[in-house]
Design a protein around this ligand. Structure first.
Ligand code: ATP
Ligand code: MG
Length: 360
């Protein structure tokens, strides 16, 4: 299989961690006789420095014409970097918002995985997480409260603020389908999270998700109220496979779930749309405090590359190989500084990449 991947190394630790992910992708390509062609483009601070804008039309065009995008991370220290003295629409993050919008990426997928080997970092009681957990949060990214009409105006002598929340059947249906497709590749369970006892958008959400579920008879669908879900994530995280939810609930729940794992350097993410195209990046930021020191954990980015293989290229076995290689390296006792614990062997960014390749 031959695929064209647009690569955005980005800022901070971005270039170091993407380098390791490409190394792993090449090892997989070698093993299975695939060909991955990379075209590097600039975005964020690196693009501001080179072109004065966080994303050029030329770079965007290359991303649009590729099969997928692999992204490190963008941005710098918001208090000291000159990028943050620019107008908001010229700052690094504006490039990210633009590329997401231009590529039509409406679904954000964030796994929250607790590896048995790293369960010491989990803040939950050990009996709740025996054997680890592995869930996927599917958050709607382009609708809901964050994109509704808003206003603040004076009414009866005081200020009153309004934020409108809306979802169409089309918007709900397309993300629900994506979530069920993903559940089919996993443990065939979807928990749809809403607030259907109170708000109309949630009642429509529940109705449309239930309709979509009929096309996936093998997948078990369960509806859960968001307040209960927030509680269940810390009470019994092992019950979840795919959590499907709207924009704001997903914003809150995906952060909660990632904190429950205790290992930010291990968490990948994907932004998807209806077709196979996707943009893949670690959940963490550009960590400028540790950039260029060969100490950043590349695993989140390598796992994002594995998600790319699975969800954009349908290369399930290849993705699994990467995930298993990572688990092996952890079992062998190797750790980057952020996940280091007693009696383990500390390694740098490059060495971690090499170890994963060696275990492929
Ligand atoms: P953003 O606003 O982009 O999310 P942030 O400052 O909130 O950025 P991160 O950049 O993710 O968050 O960094 C938070 C902390 O976690 C930092 O101290 C950073 O060094 C650490 N960190 C983040 N990613 C990694 C990684 N891959 N390896 C090691 N440490 C990391
Ligand atoms: Mg942050």
């Amino acid at each position: 299989m031959e695929k064209n991947i647009a690569v955005i190394k980005g800022d901070g630790i971005g270039p170091e961690i993407v380098e390791e992910a490409m190394k792993v992708l090449d090892a997989v390509a070698n093993k299975y006789s695939h060909k991955f062609n990379y075209t590097q483009i600039l975005m964020g601070g690196a693009s501001i420095d080179a072109h004065g804008v966080p994303l050029t039309d030329e770079a965007l065009e290359i991303a649009k014409n590729s099969d997928s995008v692999l992204l490190g991370s963008i941005g710098g220290d918001t208090t000291t970097s000159p990028w943050y003295k620019l107008e908001p629409n010229l700052r690094p993050e504006a490039g990210l918002l633009k590329i997401r919008k231009e590529l039509g990426l409406f679904a954000n997928l964030r796994p929250a995985v607790l590896y048995d080997e790293l369960k010491g970092a989990c803040p939950l009681k050990e009996e709740l997480t025996e054997g680890g957990f592995d869930m996927m949060i599917m958050r709607e990214l382009t609708g809901g409260l964050y994109f509704g009409k808003r206003s603040t105006k004076e009414e009866n002598g005081e200020l009153v603020a309004h934020d409108a929340m809306s979802y169409s059947e089309t918007e709900i249906r397309r993300i629900a389908k994506r979530a069920f497709d993903i559940a089919m590749k996993r443990n065939k369970k979807v928990t749809s999270v809403d607030k259907a006892n109170v708000i109309d958008t949630s009642r429509l959400w529940r109705k449309v998700v239930s309709e979509v579920a009929k096309d996936y008879p093998e997948v078990t669908l369960e509806h859960m109220l968001v307040d209960n879900c927030a509680m269940q994530l810390v009470k019994d995280p092992k019950q979840f496979d795919v959590i499907l939810t709207e924009n704001m609930f997903g914003d809150i729940l995906s952060d909660e779930a990632s904190m429950v794992t205790g290992s930010i350097g291990m968490l990948s993410s994907a932004s998807l749309r209806e077709d196979k195209f996707g943009m893949y990046e670690p959940s963490h930021g550009s960590a400028p405090d540790i950039a260029g020191k060969n100490i950043a954990n590349p695993i989140a980015t390598i796992l994002s590359a594995a998600m790319m293989l699975r969800y954009s290229f349908d290369l399930d076995q290849e993705a699994k190989d990467i995930e298993e290689a990572i688990e092996k390296v952890l079992k062998q006792g190797y750790r980057t500084a952020d996940i280091m614990s007693e009696n383990k062997t500390i390694v740098g960014t490059k060495e971690m990449g090499d170890l994963i390749v060696a275990n492929l």
